[in-house]
Design a protein around this ligand. Sequence first.
Ligand code: BMA
Length: 374
Amino acid sequence: MKNSIALILCIGLSVAGFAQQLIDKEATKETLALYKNLFALSAKGVMFGHQDDESYGVDWWAQPGRSDVKDITGSYAAVHGWDLGHIELGSPTDLDGVSFENSHKWIEEVYKRGGVNTISWHVDNPVSKKNAWDKTPAVKDILPGGAQHDYFVNQLSKVADFLEACKSNGTPIPIIFRPWHEHNGDWFWWGKGNCTEEEYVQLWKFTVTFLRDTRKLHHLIYASSPDRSRMTSADSESSYLYAYPGDDFVDILGLDDYMDVGESKTSEEQQMKTENLAKVLELVSNISAKKNKIAALTETGQESVVNPTWFTDVLLKAIKSKSTIRVSYAMVWRNANKKHHYESYKGHTSEADFKKFYDDPYTLFEADLKSLYK
Ligand code: BMA
């Protein structure tokens, strides 16, 4: 009897000990606090994210204090997405023209206000020297022993330098780092078909090991993000886990899903897609729960938001449709111009619906967040 109580206690303690650990055992206290708080918060609501939220909007560029989200709601997005594409070239701006000096400044402001920062990297092809969408095989060449390895390490070092400089009064700012995204699609040089599954996993592991162990950056939370469109079905665990680098190398199980949220010709089509979105979010939530990790909709959105009630009728409806869905955040893509935008803005046909989405108690914006770093 005594023994079985001790055993139960032991199991209990090890489960509790295992819960919500980061893959970086030396993570800073702010980083671990963020991770644990994101986990807890995901039971209460979903944080809204927006790529390049304060960098620009549909008809403005780098206006201090401005964001298309804030123009409508009075609050910034809770999660702010940034990209490092072209930092590897030594460029002062990312591939979309955002200055890295500004993004450093804004990342600190987000942190000070209590928001969350996440960074992706649309890195140019290191072999062909063309853009991230150039499919020239490159992964095997940049891995240790490959002809371009030293060149790549130099590029990754520039990413490490940027991340290292994300500080506020000397404290490293916790960052959700989301490299090598949509790897099950074939459109990036690191994607399926352009390298083997094993090469991809090696690239991911090399990246984590380099940043965490070689460069000793302990303020990073690592998010993976397969693309929904290349999964065999919304509930296929094996296709979601294609090239999954392993539980010791991933903190957040993300998903990029544009497929289930795109424009629908009929209400039946929309209903079917929204059901699929719910299904896939449930899948990712369940896989994350089993692993004691966090799930997130790392990228989504409908280009031009052609459906004026997209925010509540598609996104929120799917997220709220099943109690098993537990996603920390849902981030829509950037507001580049009148055609290429995924967020609402003042005067847009979806403005009223976006306000309704904001008013829903289940959605969390930056102004709703409290001490995520403690
Ligand atoms: C894509 C598009 C591109 C952009 C890239 C990186 O989805 O928005 O215009 O350059 O993301 O931000």
